[in-house]
Design a protein. Structure first.
Length: 280
């Protein structure tokens, strides 16, 4: 089926400016309009989200100029399984960080809420998220639509027996004076139910993510540097299967070459425009 005339016209204008290397206000406006039209005319949309979508909820990203790992190398050590298991003092600091994070009670922002409009018109295949904050679910998405490839901070997991419980239970013990609470079943080391460096991903979740990328006609990457594998393999898979690609991020990414539209702008401002929640 031929694409709508307005979409073809916007695509042609944006492509010409992109080929000429023009990254201007006008070309960004054209990219936003192109992305908006692609979202509006697509019926099977898969979304990949990274830390950038949650920064306006008060959760820092990792690799940006103000990123958690940029400013605090100790936080990157805490995200590495070997260091976490071996260093009791590092675990103590990690529990205090988790306690602070939960007490701050981050809430979904306009970017999270904008994506809900896609699900509400039955066009969402899945949200594949690298985030562990559960803000997509808090925004109203059905849990079975959210694939958490890096796990969740809202549960604990025992490294020994794999017992899983709500994070609030362990944090209550931290508040009561336990600096590094152990598993109540086997005495093993507790960690958040997230995937650390050096730890294997849940293959079932990754299989679902790759399947969602195969099925979509539009792949929307939001707030991710597209540099963390294997999660970012979902984008080239979608491209290979014929999907259009839209990338929305604060900075250029390593996969911009695959995109039909690239928007480098504040996510919570521009995503509602792209998803048709507000007028651009």
């Amino acid at each position: 089926m031929p694409e709508p005339e307005i979409l073809a016209r916007v695509r042609a204008t944006f492509s010409k400016n992109r080929q000429n290397g023009r990254v201007t206000y006008e070309s960004q406006a054209q990219a936003i309009e192109l992305a908006k039209q692609l979202v509006a005319t697509s019926s099977k949309i898969t979304v990949l989200t990274g830390a950038g979508i949650s920064t306006d909820s008060g959760i820092p990203d990792f690799r940006g100029p103000n990123g958690l790992w940029t400013k605090n190398p100790d936080a990157e050590r805490a995200a590495t399984l070997q260091f976490y298991l071996q260093d009791a003092q590092l675990r103590n600091r990690s529990w205090q960080t988790r306690l602070k994070w939960i007490n701050n009670n981050p809430q979904p922002n306009d970017g999270h809420r904008a994506l809900l409009a896609i699900e509400q018109r039955n066009a969402l295949v899945a949200i594949v998220t690298q985030n562990v904050d559960e803000l997509h679910q808090r925004a109203g998405h059905q849990p079975n639509k959210v694939l958490e490839v890096h796990g969740t901070l809202h549960r604990t997991c025992c490294w020994g027996c794999k017992d899983r419980r709500p994070m609030t239970e362990a944090l209550a013990r931290v508040q009561a004076g336990e600096p590094d609470p152990k598993c109540e079943l086997c005495g093993g080391i507790l960690k958040s139910d997230t995937i650390l460096f050096g730890q294997s991903l849940d293959q079932d979740v990754m299989d679902q993510a790759m399947q969602a990328s195969t099925e979509c006609d539009l792949f929307l990457a939001v707030g991710t540097s597209l540099s963390v594998f294997p999660a970012c393999n979902t984008l080239p898979r979608a491209k290979t299967c014929g999907a259009k690609i839209v990338i929305v991020n604060g900075q250029p990414t390593e996969m911009d070459k695959y995109a039909d539209a690239i928007i480098n702008a504040p996510i919570s401002e521009v995503l509602p425009q792209i998803c048709g929640v507000v007028n651009s």
